[in-house]
Design a binder for this molecule. Structure first.
Ligand SMILES: Nc1nc2c(ncn2[C@@H]2O[C@H](COP(=O)(O)OP(=O)(O)OP(=O)(O)O)[C@@H](O)[C@H]2O)c(=O)[nH]1
Ligand SMILES: [Mg+2]
Length: 325
């Protein structure tokens, strides 16, 4: 029986062949499995792909356990979510992280001043957002580890120097790179980790420089689908509101836990993806709680305080939840 593979499949296969790292290979293989037409003629191939995937996963695990393959681009996630800052040399990546966190970044007047990624925690209200400052992108020669780091992140922020004559080129080459590596794509198959253009945030930094305002207008006209945020780390314009934008990019909600008969713990919220339910919250708190969960009461988005809600009730940012087993 003919396999009748689709162009989408061949594209994923091409990405697999070109992949440099195990992570990239796994991602491409997952995509091949997800887009392969599911019928009798492809059953054998499906089986082979799944075998290959589990072998690769094993290999990846072994590799990450051995210390000899230390990867500075692999930063453990912390806080409400992980956001990666990327951009061409000297656009102000390190300046942004330095201004928003205690991270000891290296800011310099000359390009290529950041050699390896560095994470800092950016406070936003009652949570902290992990932000990674990265070495400058040289789009024709980006290490595979960097591609992996972007893929693992929960959100991607692109920075350009809006005051530069190259502002437009900086933006287009960064976006082209992301699309070429399939980190950004519109046709995202189920289960494949990638970002859509609309999910990116573009920081038009150095808005204090002459000509920056004009460049910003041109960019907004040429890229109506991108969220462009004017910023000056130097004057502080846009800086205060930036953590709020970062939080919004993560698309998460904060839930406060309340033990029956006690005040809610408003100090340390649990963080859930948007659309998260009472049951998912219970799983975050403790697996035992989730298993024995009878009902819950919520304060906040419910119609009245202490309203009983079922396990599949969708929570909202800042809800207080009391779990009953
Ligand atoms: N005028 C102006 N200069 C800025 C602004 N933000 C950063 N700079 C300057 O731009 C230069 C580069 O800043 P960095 O933060 O080191 O840039 P980077 O993108 O981390 O650079 P690499 O790590 O080399 O890629 C420094 O001299 C900063 O002081 C800004 O908003 N306005
Ligand atoms: Mg830097």
């Amino acid at each position: 029986m003919p396999a009748n593979l689709t162009p989408q499949y061949y594209e994923a296969e091409k990405a697999f062949k070109e992949a440099q790292t195990i992570e990239e290979k796994i991602a491409a293989l997952q995509e091949m499995i997800s887009v392969i037409p599911k019928h009798k003629g492809t059953e054998k191939l499906q089986g082979q792909l799944k075998k290959k995937l589990s072998k690769l996963r094993e290999e990846g695990e072994k590799k990450s356990k051995s210390t000899s393959t230390y990867n500075p681009y692999r930063l453990d996630k912390e806080g409400a979510g992980q956001l990666i800052l990327i951009g061409l040399p000297n656009v102000g990546k390190s300046s942004v992280l330095g201004a928003l966190s205690n991270a000891r970044v290296n800011v310099a007047q000359f390009p290529f001043s950041t050699g390896i990624p560095l994470a800092g925690m950016v406070p936003y209200e009652d949570v902290k957002i992990q932000v990674i400052d990265t070495p400058p992108l040289v789009v024709e020669d980006v290490p595979g580890e960097m591609v992996g780091a972007i893929q693992r992140a929960d959100a991607v922020v692109v920075i350009i120097d809006a005051g530069s004559d190259q502002a437009l080129d900086q933006l287009s080459s960064t976006i082209d790179f992301l699309e070429e590596k399939r980190l950004v794509r519109e046709d995202k198959p189920e289960g494949v980790k990638a970002f859509r253009r609309e999910e990116l945030l573009i920081l038009a930094n150095k808005i204090d420089l002459p000509g920056a305002g004009e460049n910003l207008e041109i960019i907004k006209e040429l890229y109506p689908d991108l969220a462009v945020y004017p910023l000056s780390v130097k004057t502080g314009e846009g800086l205060e509101q930036l953590p709020h934008r970062f939080f919004a990019l993560l698309d998460v909600i904060r839930i406060y836990s309340k033990i029956p008969g006690r005040e809610a713990d408003m100090e340390a919220p649990f963080v859930l993806h948007r659309g998260g339910t009472v049951l998912e919250f219970a799983q975050e708190v403790h697996q035992d709680l989730a298993q024995g969960l009878e009902k819950a009461r919520i304060w906040g988005s419910a119609k009245f305080d202490g309203q009983p809600v079922p396990r599949d009730h969708v929570l909202q940012d800042k809800d207080i939840v009391e779990l009953h087993t």
